[in-house]
Design a protein around this ligand. Sequence first.
Ligand SMILES: [Zn+2]
Length: 153
Amino acid sequence: MPPLLLAATSALLSFPGTVPGCGPVPLTRHLTPPVEGAVIKGYGLVAHPLLKKVKLHTGIDYTRGDSRVHAVASGFVVFAGTLPDDGVTVIIAHTNGMETLYAHLARAEVGPGLCVDAGKEIGLEGNTGLSTEPHLHFEIRREGSPVDPLPYF
Ligand SMILES: [Zn+2]
């Protein structure tokens, strides 16, 4: 998964830090998971059996739950659009350079520039981009680099 989003079909907004009416939006621990589904793949290095290469899985994969995807914390939507690998994707900025990313959606239900509350439905799970079955790929990024989301739940 490329760290840069240059191939995005809609512009990546820069997060102004504090948005009027949005307030500070820290990403704290004990987050509510973004979907009801179970975790099927964790964050970390995975050996590809055919390519014989080790690749970083940059997030957590969830099975399909009731298919509704929710923001894990309040934030500011900086991206809602389609990426080559991630398919239909929503990226939400929080404070301290933290972002959450929700990929392979069937559709996004929020647009860039929107302030969302924790728990807000932001899209539907899908199978878009490089995905072989409906699931949610969820990431937490710090200053643009993915980190293990598990400690945040
Ligand atoms: Zn994944």
